[in-house]
Design a protein around this ligand. Structure first.
Ligand code: ATP
Length: 312
């Protein structure tokens, strides 16, 4: 019983179809899960669909007509309101194998990390508040435009000067692209999650930007001097050595593993999305030198009140 060429072609097409759809659903769910705005949107859509089904079932024609009108215009409203999320999603396609949007050498990234960690360590000791976001595969250009545009190599002294209390640029966030400070005093859309009361506007802004982009955002608390990192809507507190290791794992090692390519087929896209996220997580968990002091599980926080998980 042999298979013909058309059977094999059909099978390949079927597999490809399933993979692509799976990739789309997977990335859609990740975006929804990591962003409180999209969670609200999905809840809203589900309620409307439910009401529409009820209206059809009960024969409420006027209500049904109204919902249909709302759904038609709703698409336009969603496109406008969720423009940053949609843009981020589209930018992700074809860019997942590159770890940074900017072309910089490994030694330049390592040097940037050293300067950045030293700056955070000094600001932590002096309790100088800071908010620093590192661009990865998704562009932060929209946020750079909200701040004071710069183009200076990352240095401990420059970061210390920017965040010095009372200086004109200390308010807002610094954005790093490659090994350069692209801007200071940038504004990030704050998260709408219920963070514990000890976290204020700076931490809200950090979690907010991490929900809509794949950036790594470092916060130095003015109140406690603690250093935290916001990634994927999650806050983790690190000592300076842990931060150094974490950034090296995320930016240097990943860029060695994933040489950038110009054309990324859809198949790679689907494969790399799950593998890369898992691998990075595993690498970091395996690495004893990355010792997070505290992982703040913000989703559970919302459900269970003011508890948070401690990682050892
Ligand atoms: N949306 C935002 N985008 C960028 N920066 C912001 C934003 N909101 C607040 N900030 C920065 O955070 C500072 C205020 O931080 P606030 O004390 O409220 O936060 P916090 O999370 O409690 O941090 P800390 O532990 O340092 O006190 C502002 O002066 C400003 O520099």
């Amino acid at each position: 019983m042999g298979y013909t060429l058309s059977d094999i072609t059909f099978l390949i097409r079927l597999l490809l179809d399933i993979l692509v759809v799976w990739g789309l659903i997977y990335s859609g769910l990740r975006i929804v899960r990591n962003n409180s705005r999209t969670i609200q949107l999905v809840k809203g859509v589900l309620i409307i669909v439910l009401v529409k089904a009820l209206a059809v079932w009960l024969g409420l024609n006027a209500l049904n007509y109204l919902i249909e009108m709302f759904l038609n215009w709703g698409v336009v409203v969603i496109l406008v309101v969720f423009q940053p999320e949609i843009r981020g999603m589209l930018e992700k396609v074809g860019k997942t194998t590159a770890i940074l949007t900017v072309d910089v050498s490994v030694s330049q990234i390592q040097q940037m990390i050293n300067e950045l960690v030293e700056a955070c360590s000094q600001m932590s000791k002096s309790k100088t508040g800071a908010l620093i976001s590192i661009e990865r595969t998704q562009s932060l250009s929209d946020f750079i435009r909200t701040g004071i545009v710069m183009d200076s190599e990352v240095s401990t002294e420059l970061l210390g000067t920017i965040f010095q209390y009372g200086t004109p640029m200390h308010d807002g966030a610094v954005i790093i692209q490659g090994n350069k400070i692209a801007c200071a005093a940038a504004y990030f859309p704050p998260t709408t999650k219920d963070l514990p009361s000890k976290y204020g506007a700076r931490h809200r802004a950090a979690v907010g930007i991490s929900e809509i982009t794949d950036s790594i955002t470092i916060i130095v608390s003015e109140e406690t001097g603690n250093i935290s990192v916001a990634v994927n809507g999650q806050l983790t507190q690190y000592p300076p050595e842990g931060l150094q290791r974490y950034l090296t794992n995320m930016l240097v090692q990943s860029s060695n593993q994933n040489p950038s390519s110009i054309l990324v087929p859809m198949l790679n896209q689907a494969k790399s999305m799950s593998k890369r996220a898992k691998k990075q997580e595993e690498d970091i968990n395996k690495d004893e030198r990355v010792k997070a002091i505290e992982i703040v599980n913000l989703i559970e926080q919302k459900k269970e009140g003011s508890q948070h998980g401690i990682s050892k």
